[in-house]
Write a protein that binds this ligand. Structure first.
Ligand code: 5AD
Ligand code: SF4
Length: 449
C-alpha cells in the first residue's frame, strides 16, 4: 500500500486440490469486501495467504520452505517502510495449528477451512493486537451462509463446492481429520450460487466435494436430496452448458447417479472415480469398503449407461504391506479398466492416520520403482485415449488464451485440453474443433466451420 495507491493487495498461493482453488476464490471475495485487491506479485502484497494441503508430506514441506522465503521478503519490505501480513489457511493450518506459529514465527494468522468467512475480522484483530491468531475450531455456524453470495467472474468454467468433509476414514488419509465430517449444502443454496455464476458468464460448473457423490443436502421437498437430483436441477438452468463433479467414492455410485450419466446431456462423459489399489488385501487394509470386483462392476454399469465415458482414477503404490503380488493386482486392474486420466502417488505416511502405525512400511526405492511401472502403463492408456480423438470433431469450451493471443485453450467433453487457433472473442464459447494431432497432455485442432 503506498500513498498514491490506497488499495491493499493480497497474494494468494493455492496448494493441493480443486477444493482449495474454490476456497481461495471465496477468500479473495471475502477480502475484496475489506478493500483487498488480488495481485500476482508477492513482493507487492500487503497480505500473503498460503492456502495449504496436508495430503502428502511433500505438500506440507513446500509450505514451510515458502514461509522461510516469505519471512525474508517481509523483512525486506519492512526495511522499505511497508509491512506484510502472513496468513496460513487450508489443511496444514487445520492439522498443525500452533505448530506452524512455532516453526514459522513470521505467520500472523492461522485459519482452518471452516472459518474463511471470518478472515477479514481475524486480520483486523491480529493487526490491532500484533499477536498471532490461531482459529481452527469447527464452528457451529455455517460458513457458506456467511460468505458473500456475490461471486467474481474469472473464466467460463467454475468450481462450486457442494459438499465438504469425509466420513470414510481410509486408513492413509488425513481428510476426515482436517476437513471434518461430511456436510452437504442445500440444493437451493447451491442453485442460487450456480445461477449467479451463470449470469456472470460461466458455462461449465464442476461440483466439488471430498466425497461429492455422498452428497445428501436438503432437497426440493425438504428431505434428503442426492447428487443425481442436484445435477438434474442444475441442468435446468438456461445458459449452463456443462456439469461435472469430483471426487467420488465407488461406494456412492448409486443407480440414479449412473442413470443420470445416460440421460442428462449436460452431465459430461467424464468420471473421476479413485480406486487406489487393485489388491483386495490392500483395499481392506486401506478401509476402502470396496473390492476390485466391486469397482469393476460399478465401471461396467457406468459404461452401460454412457458408453463413451472417460474414466479417471487416483492410485497409491507402496501402501504398508504391499507385496509384489498386490502390486501386480493393481497393474491388472488398470489393464482391465483402461483409464483416460490418472493421478498416482507413492504412499506418504501421515501422522495421526492408522496406516502410519502399520508394520511393513515399504521402502522408498521400491515405491519409486512401482510408481514408475504404474505410471508407464497409465501414461500409455492416457495417450491411447487421446490418440483415438485424432480425426474426430469435438465441442470445445474455450477457457483461456494459449501461448500467444491467437491460440485459445479449452476442454473437450472428456476433459482433454485442446488448443486451436481462434479469435480471442470466442473465449467462453463452445465450438466444434476438428482434432488434428495429440501431444503430451493436450490435443491440437482447428475450429470447424
Ligand atoms: N499418501 C499418498 N497418497 C495419498 N492420497 C491421499 N492420502 C495419501 C497418502 N497418505 C491420494 C489418494 C487420494 C488423492 C487425493 O491423494 O490417491 O485419492
Ligand atoms: Fe480420504 Fe477420499 Fe478416503 Fe475420504 S474417501 S478418507 S477423502 S481418500
Amino acid at each position: 500500500m503506498t500513498a498514491d495507491d490506497p488499495t491493499k493487495k493480497v497474494f494468494i498461493k493455492t496448494f493441493g486440490c480443486q477444493m482449495n482453488v474454490y476456497d481461495s476464490e471465496r477468500m479473495a471475495e471475502a477480502l475484496a469486501g475489506d478493500g483487498y485487491r488480488e495481485t500476482s506479485d508477492i513482493e507487492d502484497a500487503d497480505l500473503v495467504v498460503l492456502n495449504t494441503c496436508h495430503i502428502r508430506e511433500k505438500a506440507v514441506e513446500k509450505v514451510y520452505s515458502d514461509l522461510g522465503r516469505i519471512r525474508d521478503l517481509r523483512d525486506q519490505r519492512r526495511r522499505a517502510g511497508k509491512d506484510t501480513l502472513v496468513a496460513v489457511t487450508g489443511c496444514v493450518a487445520q492439522a498443525e495449528g500452533t505448530e506452524i506459529a512455532r516453526r514459522a514465527p513470521a505467520v500472523d494468522l492461522i485459519v482452518g477451512p471452516q472459518s474463511y468467512h471470518r478472515l477479514p475480522e481475524l486480520l483486523r484483530k491480529t493487526q490491532a493486537t500484533g499477536e498471532c491468531i490461531v482459529e481452527t475450531s469447527f464452528p457451529e455456524e455455517e460458513k457458506f451462509e456467511h460468505l458473500s453470495p456475490q461471486r467474481q467472474f474469472r473464466t467460463a468454467t467454475a468450481f462450486l463446492t457442494i459438499q465438504e468433509g469425509c466420513d470414510k476414514f481410509c486408513t492413509f488419509c488425513v481428510v476426515p481429520y482436517t476437513r471434518g465430517m461430511e456436510y452437504s449444502r442445500s440444493i437451493a443454496d447451491i442453485e442460487k450460487e450456480a445461477r449467479i455464476l451463470v449470469e456472470k458468464g460461466v458455462r461449465e460448473l464442476t461440483l466439488l466435494g471430498q466425497n461429492v457423490n455422498a452428497y445428501h443436502g436438503v432437497g426440493a421437498t425438504g428431505g434428503e436430496g442426492s447428487l443425481a437430483e442436484l445435477v438434474r436441477k442444475l441442468a435446468s438452468i438456461d445458459g449452463l452448458e456443462r456439469i461435472r463433479y469430483m471426487t467420488s467414492h465407488p461406494r456412492n455410485m448409486t443407480d440414479d447417479l449412473i442413470a443420470a450419466h445416460g440421460e442428462e446431456k449436460k452431465l459430461m462423459p467424464y468420471l473421476h472415480l479413485p480406486v487406489q489399489s487393485g489388491s483386495n488385501r490392500i483395499l481392506a487394509a486401506m478401509n476402502r469398503k470396496h473390492t476390485a470386483e466391486d469397482y469393476i462392476r460399478v465401471i461396467e454399469k457406468v459404461r452401460a449407461a454412457r458408453p463413451d465415458i472417460a474414466l479417471s482414477t487416483d492410485m497409491i503404490v507402496g501402501f504398508p504391506g504391499e507385496t509384489d503380488a498386490d502390486f501386480d493386482a493393481t497393474l491388472e486392474l488398470v489393464k482391465a479398466v483402461g483409464f483416460a486420466q490418472s493421478y498416482s502417488f507413492k504412499y506418504s505416511s501421515r501422522p495421526g492416520t492408522p496406516a502410519a502405525n502399520m508394520e511393513d512400511q515399504v521402502s522408498d526405492a521400491l515405491k519409486s520403482e512401482r510408481l514408475t511401472r504404474l505410471q508407464y502403463l497409465l501414461t500409455n492408456q492416457h495417450e491411447r485415449f487421446n490418440a483415438r480423438t485424432v480425426g474426430l470433431t469435438v465441442p470445445v469450451l474455450f477457457e483461456r488464451l494459449g501461448r500467444n493471443s491467437r491460440i485459445l485453450v479449452g476442454r473437450s467433453p472428456h476433459l482433454q485440453l485442446v488448443q486451436a487457433e481462434a479469435d480471442a472473442g470466442l473465449l467462453g464459447k463452445i465450438l466444434p474443433v476438428a482434432i488434428r494431432s495429440h501431444g503430451p497432455g493436450s490435443l491440437s485442432g482447428v475450429v470447424a466451420a
